[in-house]
Design a protein around this ligand. Structure first.
Ligand code: GAR
Length: 210
């Protein structure tokens, strides 16, 4: 059984989707630990409720981003994870961490990358009067929200949408695609070679997907 560590900063609905997928056998992995950089992250409670080690690491206790990330990495590596899964982790990771987990760190970002890296993606999609929006699962590389995309899901934008209604529609899709992609990782079907993602020996994105 493959071991996963999840990093998050907030609500943890994507963590919940991963926990549920494990329980239902759609994801063959064990989530060994969940780390948050925020003490009040609801995701920590979700982890504890599921019997998963739930750990808060405070950035305020470290003199620099690198020092914090080194401590985080040391903690994560105690679990010897096969995959490190970012699920709403809202802190930029330093290059050393990204390199250390090359090919085994995934992120989910609420936009159709390469559109809207960074923050406030729903607000930007609405401000630009886009007809559609979505979410992307990608390998984490040193380029912020710029690693190769593995799978995307699209949603329509309606005239009466607010940031909240759009975020909720996007999250529903995230909960469907993230466990699927994480399962591909744990089954050894995904590879990151240089700056290209591969699934079952085929370069991504697959036609008809992303
Ligand atoms: C998700 O929509 C995820 O895509 C986004 O944060 C939300 C976390 O929700 N991630 C980012 O914006 C990362 N740049 P959750 O805590 O309910 O899973």
């Amino acid at each position: 059984m493959k071991t996963l560590v999840v990093l998050l900063s907030g609500e943890g609905s994507n963590l919940q989707a991963l926990i549920d997928a494990c329980l239902q056998g759609r994801l063959s992995a064990r989530i060994a630990a969940v780390f948050s950089n925020r003490a009040d992250a609801r995701g920590l409670q979700r982890a504890a409720d599921a019997g998963i080690d739930a750990l808060f690491l405070s950035p305020a206790d470290y003199p620099s981003r690198e020092a914090f990330d080194q401590a985080l990495m040391n903690q994560i590596d105690r679990y010897q994870p096969d995959g490190v899964i970012l699920a709403g982790y809202m802190r930029i990771l330093s290059a050393g961490v990204v390199r250390h987990y090359f090919g085994r760190m995934l992120n989910i970002h609420p936009s159709l990358l390469p559109l809207y890296p960074g923050l406030h993606t729903h607000r930007q999609a609405l401000a630009n009067a886009d007809g559609e929006h979505g979410t992307s699962v990608h390998f984490v590389t040193e380029q912020l929200d710029g690693g190769p995309v593995i799978l995307q899901a699209r949603v329509p934008i309606f005239d009466d949408d607010t940031e909240d209604s759009l975020a909720e529609r996007v999250k529903t899709q995230e909960h469907a695609i993230y466990p699927l992609v994480v399962n591909w990782l744990t089954e050894g079907r995904l590879r990151l070679i240089d700056d290209t993602a591969w699934l079952d020996g085929n370069p991504l994105p697959l036609p008809g997907y992303a």
